[in-house]
Design a protein around this ligand. Structure first.
Ligand code: SF4
Length: 466
C-alpha cells in the first residue's frame, strides 16, 4: 500500500481501477436500496432500532462481555482475552503449537486483517490460507483488500486469470466460472490438509454464547467441517445481547452489504463437537480482541463501535468511489475507515489524521448505515482532535489568514472591497496556485465582496431597519 495523501493517491489511480471501484460500489448501493425499500415500509426505523441496540450494548459492554464469557465457557469453548494485535496473534500461535498444528484454513475476517495474522503466522512457519475467493486472490497477489465486503473490487478477471497462470493454477482463462472452479479445486485439497479452521464472527450473542458467521460461499463451513480445532478472533464490539436481536441485524446486514435478503450461508455455532456428533472441531477457542477498542469506547467517537462491517458507507461515498480502498492506507477503508483507522492507530494517530478530511460531509454514509452511525459528526470530532493536538496533515487548509481577517472587522471590509481587483486579473496570474489549478477547468465566479453587506443595510426587518 503506497503511503501518500488520499487525494494524491486518487489523482494517480489507473482509470480501469477507478472505473471498477466506482461501478462496483454503485451497483452495491443500488441493490441495497432496491432490497431494503421493497421489503420494508420504514427501513429507517429498523436502522434506528439496530443502532439503539448496539449503542445500549456498548454502554453496558462490561456486563455483556462477562455474560458472553460465562456462556461460552458453559458451551465448552475456551475463552482468551487479547489486549492488542500481538497478544491475539500469539494466542493463535500458542493454540496451534500446543496441538502440533502447522496448517490453518481461514474464512474472511476483518479482525484478523487488522492484526495482520497471516503475516505473523507466515513468519512463524505456519501455512495460513484464505478460503474466501476474493481474499484468496488478494493473498496470491500479495495485495490488500480494497473493500470490506468485496476485497477485489479493484481487480478485473483478466488480471485474476494472469495471477492464476503465474501461480500454476492453470493456463490463462478469464471466464468467471473457470476462475471459480480452479479456486474450488485447489482449496478443497487444502481444507483436508489443515487441522485448524480460523474465523472471525459477525455477531456473538451474550445470552447464549452463540457465534454467528455469514458468508456467501460457504467456505467457513468447509473450514470447520474437516478441522479439529476452531479458533475465532472476535472484536469485543461484536457482542449483541439476545438471540432474538439477530433477526434485525441479519436482515439489515445482508441487504446493506450485498442487497440480499439474507446472506447465503448463516452459521450459528454453539460450541465444539458434542458427544455423538459425527464431525466438527473437537476444540473451540474464542479470542476476544480489544486492540484499542476500549480506548475508542472511552472517546467521543464511541458510536463507530456499532459498525457491523456491511460496507454500505463505502458504496455510497463519492470519495471512496474515486479513490478506492487502498487510498485509505489502512485495513478499514471508506467513511468507516476514516473514523476507525485513526482511532485504532493510537499513538500513530497523526499518520492517519488526514483521513477524516477525505469527506465532503455530504451525510450519505449516515443515511445508509444500518446502525445509524453519525459518521459526519465523528469525522468532525476527529478533525477537531487533530487541530487540538497541533497535527498538520495533508488537506489542512491554511486558515490562519482567514482567522485573522474574520476577527478584524475593518480589515475584513477592506479586503472584501479589494478582492474586486481579482475580477480584472488574468486567470493565469492569480497568486494562489490552488485557485489557478481550479480555474483550469472551471469558471471563477465574479467577486462581489461587500455586496451582501450593502444589500443588508437597505433591508427592513419587521418594519425596522435591519
Ligand atoms: S459504518 Fe455503518 S455503513 Fe459503514 S460499514 Fe459500518 S455498519 Fe456499514
Amino acid at each position: 500500500m503506497k503511503s501518500q495523501p488520499i487525494d494524491t493517491y486518487a489523482s494517480e489511480l489507473a482509470e480501469d481501477v477507478r472505473r471498477a471501484v466506482a461501478d462496483g460500489s454503485a451497483s452495491g448501493y443500488d441493490r441495497r436500496a432496491a432490497s431494503l425499500f421493497s421489503d420494508f415500509e420504514d427501513p429507517d426505523f429498523l436502522r434506528r432500532t439496530a443502532g439503539d441496540v448496539k449503542q445500549h450494548t456498548l454502554e453496558n459492554l462490561d456486563t455483556y462481555l462477562a455474560q458472553t464469557e460465562d456462556r461460552l465457557k458453559e458451551n465448552g469453548v475456551e475463552v482468551h482475552w487479547a489486549g492488542d494485535a500481538e497478544a491475539a496473534c500469539r494466542a493463535v500461535l500458542k493454540i496451534m503449537r500446543d496441538n502440533g498444528a502447522t496448517k490453518v484454513v481461514k474464512s474472511k475476517s476483518m479482525a484478523t486483517e487488522e492484526i495482520h495474522l497471516n503475516d505473523f503466522l507466515e513468519r512463524e512457519g505456519i501455512e495460513s490460507l484464505e478460503t474466501d475467493l476474493g481474499e484468496f486472490i488478494v493473498q496470491i497477489d500479495h495485495d490488500h483488500p480494497s473493500h470490506i465486503v468485496k476485497p477485489i473490487i479493484h481487480k478485473n478477471r483478466q488480471g485474476i486469470a494472469r495471477s492464476y497462470e503465474r501461480e500454476g493454477l492453470g493456463a490463462y482463462d478469464d471466464r468467471p466460472e473457470v476462475i471459480t472452479a480452479r479456486a474450488r479445486k485447489f482449496l478443497r485439497k487444502k481444507y483436508l490438509e489443515a487441522s485448524v479452521g480460523l474465523t472471525g464472527a459477525n455477531f456473538i450473542v451474550a445470552e447464549s454464547g452463540r457465534l454467528v458467521l455469514v458468508t456467501n460461499e460457504g467456505n467457513s463451513r468447509f473450514c470447520l467441517a474437516g478441522t479439529d480445532i476452531h479458533i475465532a478472533v472476535v472484536g469485543i464490539e461484536k457482542v449483541i445481547p439476545r438471540d432474538r436481536d439477530l433477526s434485525l441485524f441479519l436482515s439489515l446486514l445482508g441487504r446493506s452489504a450485498t442487497g440480499q435478503q439474507l446472506t447465503v450461508y448463516t452459521e450459528f455455532i454453539s460450541g465444539p463437537r458434542a458427544e455423538g456428533q459425527p464431525d466438527g472441531p473437537r476444540q473451540m477457542h474464542v479470542i476476544l480482541l480489544d486492540n484499542r477498542r476500549t480506548e475508542v469506547l472511552a472517546s467521543n467517537c464511541r458510536d463507530i463501535l456499532r459498525c457491523i462491517r456491511c460496507g454500505a458507507c463505502l458504496n455510497v461515498c463519492p470519495i471512496y468511489r474515486q479513490a478506492s480502498g487502498h487510498a485509505y492506507r489502512s485495513v478499514y477503508p471508506g467513511p468507516v475507515g476514516a473514523v476507525l483507522s485513526p482511532l485504532l492507530a493510537g499513538e500513530k494517530f497523526s499518520e492517519l489524521a488526514d483521513l477524516p478530511k477525505a469527506s465532503s460531509l455530504c451525510g450519505a454514509c449516515k443515511e445508509v448505515c444500518p446502525v445509524n452511525i453519525p459518521i459526519p459528526d465523528l469525522l468532525l470530532r476527529l478533525r477537531d482532535k487533530a487541530k487540538h493536538e497541533g497535527i498538520k496533515s495533508p488537506g489542512t487548509p491554511p486558515m490562519g489568514g482567514w482567522a485573522y481577517l474574520a476577527s478584524q472587522p475593518t480589515v475584513w471590509r477592506a479586503s472584501l472591497s479589494a478582492g474586486r481587483l481579482m475580477n480584472l486579473m488574468p486567470l493565469n496570474l492569480i497568486p494562489v496556485p490552488a485557485l489557478r489549478a481550479w480555474t483550469k477547468s472551471r469558471q471563477l465566479p465574479e467577486w462581489r465582496g461587500g455586496a451582501f453587506r450593502k444589500w443588508m443595510k437597505t433591508r427592513k426587518i419587521g418594519g425596522k431597519d435591519s
